[in-house]
Design a protein around this ligand. Sequence first.
Ligand code: ADP
Ligand code: MG
Length: 333
Amino acid sequence: MEKDQITLDEFGLIDRFFVQSFDFKNRWPFQGVGDDCAFLDVGDRRIAVSADMMSQSTHFLDEADPYTVGRKALAVNLSDLAAAGATPKAFFLSISLPKIDQQWLSEFSRGLNEESLRYNCPLCGGDTTKAPLVRGQSKYTIAITVMGELPLGQGLNRRGALPGDDIWVTGTPGDAYAALGDIWGQIKVHPDDRLYFQSRMNLPIPRIKFGEAIRDIAHASADISDGLCGDLNHILQSSKVTAKVYWDWLPKSEAMRRLTKEEQQRCILSGGDDYELIFTAPKMYRERIQKLNDIFGCQVTRIGFIVEGTGSVQIIDSNGSEISALPSFNHFG
Ligand code: ADP
Ligand code: MG
């Protein structure tokens, strides 16, 4: 082991070991690491690409229904295309399997194919391997790469937020984490709300049409996979600005309102796995964005403002005091 090892989290390790600074010859112009998608300019086209992996026990429960695992594996990737405002065109599936369980595979592929058809995104290749057996145990790992199309020179990333922008969010973030918190015994969910929260965790909706609709008007955008504060902080760090978000403005599902305020804050501010979009846009587009509510039947809510300064998000409570959010999800955090 190296003597000078420093403590690294997920993003620190990517920066230290994987971000390259080589001088490549004749490469395709691209915008890379740090956004939901990389943009590759190929001839007169811009291609958006993203890769996301799901591991059994980490991203889905050991006993998870394979149909929902299949749908979700593609949905979380499509969600990164939505964050960029890109239109899905193709995906690749790499899968590592403990064994050939035909029933599991049949349900997994049914979910995957349904999602693929729903978003008009065909499977174009991939890789299949047998997972190693470690102490008698072996797990599924599913890695998907998704590709989408953008008009040349367009596409949203995390870098363009400006002071004065409104901050918006789609749907009702926090619901997915309520399901997980309930399973872990951390959050007391009302039995009548359990199915709703579980469907929000298992079947996220990639906001593709919404992403395409805000492509011309949003300044910065991300999807919420690590938690609302965590993903908004990614926008703030990339854009070098600060955010003020008002607790009372944050959208809360009916089921969420039945939890205690402390539980709501845990789920909405720091929970992850929502795959809703968080984005900033100039004030002049308020009416246009609100109209998207009716067009796509997907709730969109203004939750705060971008202000000057390089800081993290400030969450303001009803009485004007600041709420300190728990850290968002970070592998190795
Ligand atoms: P998201 O949650 O939107 O899928 P991640 O948080 O997984 O994004 O990744 C953050 C950024 O780091 C992305 O731009 C992603 O492409 C990049 N990234 C993640 N892992 C690696 C890696 N091993 N090598 C290079 N880039 C990576
Ligand atoms: Mg993302």
